[in-house]
Design a protein around this ligand. Structure first.
Ligand code: PEP
Ligand code: MN
Length: 285
């Protein structure tokens, strides 16, 4: 990987630990588990997830409010009202929240209401967006493009770093193949390669790779065994009622079971899993 300067690994032990907020990090020995719905739908939905999974099973909450949908007629996300929901939930439960940024003009509002900005697969090579994210002081989860090579993925991360923000978390979310049994193919070879090539944390998203909920837990375990620094998984209080990506979305019980099933795998690969339980704060009026 000749061209990457800032994110290239200089020696074996070179790895960046990135803080999501003042309590949660990724890239150290402790694994990061991110859970939440594909789309933010309501305050009740997000509070139920935080209440039932927060801190014990998941350390960060995901949820899209601006949704990149294949069809312009499909639900496009609740928009700015969803940012207020994320802000409220992160304060009440002290959980960092992650949400997708689709355009430069959304950055300011997202920074004001969320902790981590996600660049979706479809925007991995939106270079103006990457440059703009290089100018902020917030962690960015960069998802691999649907058909991006490892080299293109690394250079997309280098764009953000070269504009001043080295807090980039790489996310392998599956790539296109000929086979439509799974939505995408989770490329664990890329997870291993990215850990060797860069010092950045690498997480895996088995939900968008699998496209089917019954495949998600096994792929999550495989990703941790392969050396991923964490996982991001879609879950919902009533998965079949998810407005987007219902077929790949886990119930909260299945999500908790998945996280428990990671414990022996984590131990086998020398990683730890957070166990802390922090009580919810009283609701903010
Ligand atoms: C998502 O995380 O909800 C999403 C749209 O993912 P991707 O960009 O990987 O398709
Ligand atoms: Mn989704």
């Amino acid at each position: 990987m000749q061209d990457a300067k800032l994110i290239a690994k200089s020696h074996d032990a070179h790895r960046s630990v990135i803080a999501l907020n003042d309590q949660v990090t990724v890239g150290g020995d402790e694994l990061l588990i991110i859970g939440g719905p594909c789309s933010v739908e309501s305050l009740e939905q997000m509070e139920t997830i935080a209440d039932r999974l927060g801190h014990q099973s998941i350390q960060a909450l995901r949820g899209g409010v601006y949704k990149p949908r294949t069809s312009p007629y499909a639900f496009q996300g609740v928009g700015e009202s969803g940012l207020a929901i994320l802000d409220r939930v992160r304060r009440r439960y002290q959980l960092p929240v992650i949400t997708e940024v689709m355009a430069i003009h959304q950055i300011e509002a997202i920074v004001a209401h969320a902790d981590v900005l996600q660049v979706g697969s479809r925007n991995m090579q939106n270079f103006d967006l990457l440059k703009a994210l290089g100018e902020i002081d917030r962690p960015v989860v960069l998802k691999r493009g649907l058909a991006a090579t490892v080299q293109e993925f690394v250079m997309a991360a280098e764009y953000i770093a070269s504009h001043g923000n080295t807090h980039v978390i790489l996310c392998e979310r599956g790539i296109r193949s000929f086979d439509n049994y799974t939505r995408n193919v989770l490329d664990l070879g890329a997870v291993v390669a990215l850990k060797q090539l860069t010092h950045l944390p690498v997480i895996a998203d088995p939900s968008h790779a699998a496209g089917k909920r019954e495949l998600v837990a096994s792929l999550a375990r495989a990703a941790i065994a392969a050396g991923a620094d964490g996982i991001m998984v879609e879950c919902h209080p009533v998965p079949d009622e998810s407005i987007s990506d219902a077929r790949q979305t886990l119930s909260l019980e299945a999500m908790a079971d998945l996280v428990n099933s990671l414990r022996p795998i984590a131990a086998a690969v020398g990683r730890t899993m957070p166990m802390s339980q922090v009580a919810a704060q009283p609701a903010i009026a």
